[in-house]
Design a protein around this ligand. Structure first.
Ligand SMILES: Cc1cc2nc3c(=O)[nH]c(=O)nc-3n(C[C@H](O)[C@H](O)[C@H](O)COP(=O)(O)OP(=O)(O)OC[C@H]3O[C@@H](n4cnc5c(N)ncnc54)[C@H](O)[C@@H]3O)c2cc1C
Length: 414
């Protein structure tokens, strides 16, 4: 055999490491996966019934997994953004979408805005215990009458001396029943909303309109503040291991020091937060799709029909080929976008593309995997139907497919 033959022979089983990950990331990956498989996955079925217990936060805090990319000054590991990506990818081996979501709310949705916009006191009061797993956080944007249209929220915060008085409600709030504090999006200006203005320099271009979203303010509110009511535990199609709350805020008085970030700039703060939320969600979608693909590939080599492994039917082989190609394309989009995000860019268009595409791929793959399993795919015992139910949320939560398409379309000036 010539040297060229030896070099050119493909090795499909070879370990494939992406350039964004170092050997340290891979070592972290191994240790997270071992923990997830040994300590979390065995409870997956039970937690579908009970929701996952709070000790998971404490245990993961003790292991350092809740602060992988957070500053050491607040008890974090001081790692880079990719270490958070590793957690999002490995947590799928717990086989519990609800668990992954509850943890991501803590690490990638609630903590980042406190670190980015909070005062030193707010970071000490909430980020330090959140990283340790002693405090659980949630994020309140959505309301019964406003989800996609964030600017349409009605929760009001009115200044009264040194305090603010908050009234309103939030719904579909992940971790809402267990949380110790909520990041709350409010209106501090009663006329807040989308305003279209023209500046003097736009006069020559009558079509040049600028939208401004002033008058929204974020608050960091302890959930034991009088007037915060955890109204209802909501029942869902999937993500059963997470708790989802309807919350009411009735004359909730907080000091002015509870403002998170700048008064009036909350809309921009929360739009920044949503970028990290969407990107980490996209990474979870790719990893979840890969896991269910692998499980189904194994099944396709074991199950026989008409005297053959079902994976040997060309139609099945092509289903796997289609799925693998889409998963890989989604992965590359997520990784390249994550690289830009980690480099300090603000790649809103690409994050929207990654979120849209990865969520669609995850749902398509889960659906195809049910099909390849036949009747077994429809049975709870195989866990495939749960992946489909859990993944389905990703086309809705953190911005629907339609909103992602709109963000992408508008980014071209349309
Ligand atoms: C399990 C779960 C957990 C969640 N966790 C949280 C959480 O922790 N915190 C939080 O704040 N929120 C949370 N959400 C809320 C989630 O982000 C919203 O459900 C989502 O943003 C969509 O809002 P909506 O449900 O009000 O739908 P709507 O905005 O009412 O949309 C309904 C339909 O209209 C379409 N639509 C709306 N506007 C447009 C438009 N301009 N162009 C085209 N189509 C449009 C939508 O795409 C959708 O198909 C959660 C939701 C779920 C289901």
């Amino acid at each position: 055999m010539s040297a060229a033959d030896a070099v050119l022979k493909p090795d499909f089983a070879a370990r494939r490491k992406h350039f964004i990950f170092t050997d340290e990331h891979e070592a972290l990956r191994e240790s997270i996966r071992a923990f997830v498989i040994n300590e979390l996955a065995p409870h997956a079925e039970e937690w579908e019934e009970t929701t996952f217990p709070d000790w998971v936060f404490k245990r993961m805090g003790d292991l350092g997994f809740l602060g992988l990319d957070k500053p050491e000054a607040y008890g974090g590991q001081g790692g880079d953004y990719y270490s958070s990506l590793v957690l999002a990818e490995e947590i799928v081996h717990a086989r519990s979408g609800g668990l992954a979501m509850g943890l991501a709310v803590q690490t990638d949705m609630a903590m980042p805005p406190i670190l980015a916009f909070g005062t030193e006191e707010q970071k000490r009061e909430w980020v330090v215990p959140a990283i340790a797993g002693d405090a659980i956080l949630c994020l309140g944007i959505t309301e019964p009458d406003a989800g996609s249209d964030v600017a349409g929220i009605k929760t009001r915060a009115v200044r009264d001396g040194d305090e603010y008085v908050i009234n309103g409600s939030k719904t579909y709030i992940t971790n809402g029943h267990r949380a110790h504090a909520i990041i709350l999006v409010t209106k501090t200006d009663p006329d807040a909303g989308r305003r279209t203005t023209r500046t003097a320099s736009d006069q020559a271009r009558p079509d040049a309109e600028r939208s401004s979203y002033e008058g929204f303010t974020l608050f960091l509110v302890p959930m034991d503040t009088p007037g915060v009511v955890r109204e209802k535990k909501l029942e869902k199609l999937g993500m059963h291991a997470s708790d989802t709350a309807l919350l009411a805020f009735q004359d909730v008085r907080v000091p002015a020091s509870a403002v998170l970030g700048q008064v009036g700039k909350g809309f921009y703060h929360i739009m920044w937060e949503l970028q990290g939320e969407r990107l980490i969600g996209a990474a979870g979608c790719v990893a979840g799709a890969q896991r269910v693909f692998d499980q189904t590939l194994q099944y396709a080599t074991e199950r026989t029909a008409f005297g053959r492994q079902i994976g040997k039917f060309q139609v099945t082989r092509h289903k796997f080929a289609e799925m693998a190609t889409k998963i890989e394309a989604a992965r590359q989009l997520v990784y390249t976008t994550a690289w830009r995000f980690a480099e300090g860019h603000y790649p809103v268009r690409e994050i929207s593309m990654a979120k849209l595409y990865a969520a669609r791929v995850a749902v398509e793959v889960a659906d195809e995997c049910i099909q390849i399993h036949g009747g077994a795919g429809y049975m709870k015992e195989y866990g495939i139907e749960r992946v489909w139910r859990d993944m389905r949320l990703n086309r809705i939560g953190a911005g629907t497919d339609e909103i992602m398409l709109d963000v992408i379309g508008r980014s071209y000036g349309l």
